[in-house]
Design a binder for this molecule. Sequence first.
Ligand code: SIN
Ligand code: FE2
Length: 217
Amino acid sequence: MTADLFDSLETTGPSREPLAPGAVLLRGFARSHETELLAAIETITAQAPFRRMITPGGHQMSVAMTNCGAFGWVTDRSGYRYDAVDPESGKTWPAMPSLFRQLAEQAAGAAGFAGFAPDACLINRYEPGAKMSLHQDRDERDLDEPIVSVSLGLPATFLFGGLKRSDKTQRHRLVHGDVVVWGGPARLAFHGVAPLADGEHARLGRRRINLTFRRAR
Ligand code: SIN
Ligand code: FE2
């Protein structure tokens, strides 16, 4: 049996897995929208290509990123920020497709955060070996708004910790179509992604793409 077939059996029908108070994994929540999501990502990345940004400390990230929506998350030598303009092109970021907005609102609602209206969507591309170190999402103005994270392509190990960097982390395998929502008491939980294992995904090849929806302003 191929890994992909196994993944699709694992995610038959959405189900909820609580991670912590305020955090839930919605298995397969985005699965039925995969074709439209992937087409929209193609359109966005044709206008605002993936790029590996530089951290304030001068390191190039292993994850390649781009954004859509009114604001995009960027990092460079001067720090992390949300910016309405793509620094590579000098133009505003591509608009957030209504499907993205609706999916994020529905997932947030299913997790108990009604009325989520994201204005920023960070699009992360992981190739084998790429990882994201433990961090908090804290550049957003209103921390009462949750984070909605959609996984596509190769499976990843998501690390989900507590409010202190040193807190023990849970490890959850995220597959194509899974959505994680965290907010409320979990909003500032440390989280990250372990180095991506190589593989071949039927729709995305040797890649994982993650969408994180935020209310930045
Ligand atoms: C992030 O924290 O921005 C990304 C999480 C993920 O790729 O699952
Ligand atoms: Fe994050």
